[in-house]
Write a protein that binds this ligand. Structure first.
Ligand code: HEM
Length: 438
């Protein structure tokens, strides 16, 4: 709908009394960028980025620039390429376990209903994030819980909707504090349970001595003032959500939009260029945070955005979907065309404005998990299609764009698939998959 408004009214649309939505590239740079000599970078909007249910602040919801800079410095080594490469074994092992599960259980071809690949994508990204975060305590803590192993993963998925309900609630004066005093059952089962899990896993990890270089190791050994256990748990609250759901969303969208599964054969996987193009196009056509208005506040003195002066204190954001489905930016914007990312191909010479696709946002609040996300997407996709022919069964019942609900993150319907082992498999070197993309 937001995209329709932009098509009708142009690049600036007022979507609430003090909130402007933009869909052009110059605005992307100003709203999310590092700032210029005249206009400082824009702070996050405290009405949208509210404290967690336990009142904690973290790397995502902190709006104060200095406090955020401290947090980002503390977390940055954990997310660095060198640390992620040092944890490569987690990525490979968890991906292989996922492949065994989908191929080995009710496996496939003969099963009438297939298995829900969206759920399995959620579980594999959850396992990767969890083990990288908590190291040795991860499995121990999961095995000790009375609920099934993936209960937290399910809670996270269901919490994405409640997150945005709470953001809408803050717009009505007084309602937020009433709901804090009397949290509805759904909220208790999702947002509150999610925060509890983050705290329980943090406590479990802090109670063991480990030299393993998990994320916690780097948080505890970072220079500067030590974070409290409550703050650390709050970072894990968002890391587990931002880290697991987004990558799983990409993988699910990929299965839907890349209907020409036959095109993904061993040869195309060996070509990293094509794999990169496929990943970039998947992020463009179904951006995991693409429905979100990641709002910012115009700084003191106001500034010009998209050729108009916008007064200080205004709430501004870019609507990514409207940028990515705009014909002026991408030819045939609703079509999945990986070749548009390959300059030497005919599709790559049609003038697409590739720099407008910013799935990880940009600037001082750009995604900290980008390196890990690229490696995960490449590893899981490549190994999945290397090993199996995937057959999507409920194609006729589903209309992906109609049936996925866009909050800040997407709520997705199930995709029922069967998996048939490929008959000829060539050995794929892991090094082929670990090359950094764009
Ligand atoms: C395809 C996968 C992913 C996409 C599309 C994505 C997208 C984004 C976007 C758009 C933001 C900006 C949010 C804002 O302005 O509020 C962001 C921030 C962030 N992401 Fe990701 N993300 C992905 C994967 C991950 C992973 C795997 C992790 C963790 C391991 C992660 C951790 C973070 C963190 C910590 C921030 C906050 C950065 C800050 O404010 O300093 N993300 N991500």
């Amino acid at each position: 709908m937001n995209h329709d408004w932009h098509k009708k009214y142009g690049s600036i649309v007022r979507i609430a009394p003090n909130h402007l939505s933009f869909n052009d590239h110059s605005a992307q740079k100003i709203v999310y960028g590092f700032g210029t000599g005249n206009v400082p970078s824009m702070a996050k909007d405290p009405r949208f980025f509210t404290p967690e249910v336990d009142h904690s602040m973290n790397i995502i919801n902190e709006c104060d620039k200095n406090e955020h800079a401290r947090m980002r410095r503390m977390l940055s080594f954990a997310f660095s390429m060198s640390n992620i490469m040092a944890n490569e074994d987690v990525l490979k092992r968890r991906t292989d376990e996922f492949l065994d599960v989908i191929g080995g259980t009710i496996n496939s071809e003969r099963s009438e209903k297939g298995i829900d690949i969206v759920q399995k994508f959620n579980y594999v990204t959850f396992e990767i994030m969890g083990e990288m975060s908590f190291g040795d305590s991860w499995d121990l803590r999961l095995e000790a819980q009375p609920e099934h192993r993936y209960h937290w993963a399910d809670v996270i998925v269901n919490a994405t909707f409640m997150n945005d309900v709470m953001r809408a609630v803050v717009c009505i004066p007084g309602l937020f504090s009433i709901l804090e005093q009397f949290p509805p059952a759904h909220s208790r089962k999702t947002l509150y349970r999610h925060a509890e899990y983050a705290t329980e896993h943090t406590t479990a990890r802090l109670s063991i001595q480990s030299q393993r270089k998990d994320f916690m190791y780097h948080i505890l050994n970072a220079k500067g003032p030590a974070a409290t256990p409550k703050e650390i748990a709050s970072h894990y609250n968002v890391i587990m959500m931002a880290g697991a759901v987004t990558t799983a969303t990409f993988l699910s969208g990929y299965v839907v939009f890349f209907s020409d599964i036959e095109a993904i054969d061993s040869k195309s996987l060996l070509s990293c260029m094509y794999l990169n193009a496929v990943v970039e196009e998947g992020l463009r056509i179904y951006p995991p945070a693409g429905a979100a208005h990641l709002s910012r506040i115009v700084p003191k003195g106001g500034c010009e955005i998209s050729g108009r002066f916008i007064p200080e204190g205004s709430r501004v954001s870019i609507h990514p979907w409207s940028v990515l489905r705009e014909r002026a930016n991408f030819h045939e914007p609703s079509q999945f065309i990986p070749e548009r990312w390959i300059g030497a191909s005919p599709e790559g010479q049609k003038g697409d404005k590739l720099d407008r696709s910013l799935p990880f946002s940009y600037g001082p609040r750009g995604c900290l998990g980008r390196n890990l996300a690229y490696l995960e997407m490449r590893m899981i996709l490549a190994k999945l299609f290397w090993k199996y022919d995937l057959h999507w069964m409920n194609t006729n019942e589903l209309d992906w764009e109609r049936d996925t609900k866009g909050y800040t993150l997407w709520q997705k319907p199930g995709l029922r698939c069967t998996f048939k082992a490929r008959t000829t498999i060539t050995v794929l070197e892991d090094k082929d998959l670990m090359v950094k993309t764009v």
